[in-house]
Every structure is written in structure tokens, then in C-alpha cells.
Design a protein around this ligand. Sequence first.
Ligand code: GAL
Length: 416
Amino acid sequence: MNRIMRKTVTALAALATSASMAAAADVEVLHWWTSGGEASALNVLKEDLAAQGIGWQDMPVAGGGGTQAMTVLRARVTSGNAPAAVQMLGFDITDWAKEGALANLNPIAEEGGWDAVVPEALQKFSKYDGEWIAVPVNIHSTNWVWANKPLLDELGIAQPTTWDELVAAMEAVKAAGKTAVAHGGQAWQDATIFDAVAMATGGPEFYQAAFIDLDPEALGSDTMKEVFDRMTVIRGYVDDNFSGRDWNLASAMVINGDAAFQFMGDWAKGEFLNAGKVPNEDFLCFRFPGTENQVTFNTDQFAVFSQGDEVSPEQAALAEAVISPEFQIAFNTVKGSVPARTDVSVETFDACGQKAYADLKAASSSGNLFGSMAHGHANPASVKNAMYDVITAQFNGEFDSETAVEEMVSAVELSQ
Ligand code: GAL
């Protein structure tokens, strides 16, 4: 090879390397973290990856709970263009794993010792058939109440600890001309409230039987009727414009003092923090009355879609960044959730975060930790969506409680 040829080959090789590096240096992530609090949490991850020279190709699909994101994902995969990583909940991960769409993360998981540090309840969703196919980002819990503290103080309302006290508190707020319950009428938000009301009304055995075991007797029980009756009571305390409202706008109503309570998972805390609010001064976080000893949880995980035989270096970097203790602390501090590993300290977390963690540990050791039905951790999407339909129809007055119970039994049966 003469000198000129050698130079050309070297130049071409250098070009090829830089081109493949440029192409390889981006990771496309599909997610639904588009609210203010969620976006600040996501920034923690973007910055982490940027520091490693990995670019972020954003694929946001707005819509709390991820309903719309899952529709977009299906279309992307069907057209042969799966994103590198996707925010996903519970049984959706299992469903995609069954289709053989997810990459095997075992080599990374083994090197990182994930088996020893990720709680069992999460591994159930991160693994399929012995393979790690998703990396857990956090643990959220759904049975929370978020309250505007100055408003409650002004109205002389104490933190309610029972259903009757909650009803009295909602009534007092309404009588004062404020909105008692900030809510957005979207199926997943209706189901989030229903989740908490069901746990409070029937207790853990009922929750297990109805939503996890899908026992027709529990689904068709008088307890289920009472759950629907209580949903009707709550319906009486939302404002006239609740229909279709996004959850973070409902949080803003509590933040601004227009409303007293929001019944929502602890991603709501991310909105309060993002607005500069302080727990126990500006807002209160407490378990939905009657569920103080139970936790219904969900965990956001990044499922990694296979794009060839092996996990790409960017996918590997994303997985490693997400599971690292430093990231788990930094991200979850902002997001409102708690770390998805057992070996990190939450002593720097605020009062709500510490409570979330303590509740979770206690619930886990006393057998009171349950995957949230509303957030895809009790049943596959087919069953969850069937329940959503009935819950939303009843909340909007299409069914009375008795009809809703009958519909629940038949919808669940048909969905399986
Ligand atoms: C949940 C998710 C949370 C939060 C919420 C609202 O399903 O687990 O991380 O994003 O939806 O968007």
C-alpha cells in the first residue's frame, strides 16, 4: 500500500469510527414523564448519560399512567421501529417479554449484582423466564392523600384518619366554597382513587381476592358495592370541570389552595416540590384513611427492546446508570418515589419520602404490600382495562353501584 492509499484508508477508518460513534451515541427513550415534576426527575437521568457522552433522543408521549404511551409503543414495534428503552409498568413488561421483544440484560445484571439488591416484589416484573429484561427506576405507592395544609388549618380541619372523618372533612371544605377533591376525570385517575377506596373498604384480603386472584365472589360482593357507593360519595366533592383534567393540573389546584385534597400516587409530590412547596408546612402526605398499614405499589422500569443480538452499549449504559445507587437517590428525591434497591439510605429524603420508605418496608414484612391494580401491577392490561371501563362508567353515573358490581364480574370474566 503506498503512502497516499494508506493515508486514505486511515482517514476512512477514522471517519467510519466517528460516524458509528455518533450513530451509537444516542439512546431513544419512550416515556410519559411530561409534567413539571416528572420532567425535572427525568433531567437527572439525561444529565447522567450526557456526562458519559451518551445523547438522549426523547420520545415523550403525554398521558399520566402511560395509557397513550403504550398505544404508541405498539405502533412503533409493529412497524419494526422499537425504541431502545421504554418506561413501562408491571404486567406490560411481562406481556412484551412473552412476545420475545425484550433484550436479555443478564450479563449486566450479574456484573451489577442486581439479584441481591432489587426487592423480590420488583424482580417479579424485571425478570421473565430467568432473564432480566427491565431495569427498575423506582418504587411508587398509590394509596396517598395530598392536602393543602394552610387551607386545612384555616378551616380547622384535622387530618382525617377514617372514612367518616374524610367525608366530614370534604363536606367542611365544600361548605367553605372550595373544591374538596382535586381530580382529573381520566380512567386511570378514577381507578387510582378506586384502588385506595377498595383497600380501605375491604382490607387486604378483599384486595387480594378481588384484584389479584380475580375471585368472582369478591368481585361480586356487597363489599364491592360499598366501594362503588363510596366512589359516588367522592364524586360529589369534585369540581364541575374535572372531566379530562390531567393529574398534574389537579395537583396544582391543591398547591394553589383552590382545593384541599388529591388522592394520587406519590408522583404528585414531585409537583409540590417542583413548585417549591415543603412537606408538613405547605402540604401534608398521608395514607388514604383506612389504609395506614397497607401499601399498593407500582414500579417504573425501563424495558430494553432488542435491536439485534446483543444489548447495545447505550442500552447497557442506560441500564447501569439507572440502577446505580447515586442515581437512585438523586432521581427518586425529585420524583416522589423511593429507590428500587434495598442497599441505599433514604436519610436525605424529605418527610414524605421517609414515610414512603418506612411504610413500604413495614408493609412488605407484614404481608401488606400489593401490586396496584390501577397501575398495572395486579393484572395484565386486558383485565386492568376491563376494570377501568366499569370504574369510569360508574364514576360518571352511567351505572348505579349494583349494576357496576354485576358489570365488574362479567367484564373481568370476559377479559381473561
Ligand atoms: C404512573 C407512573 C409514575 C407517574 C404517573 C403519572 O403510572 O408510575 O411514574 O409518571 O404515572 O404520569
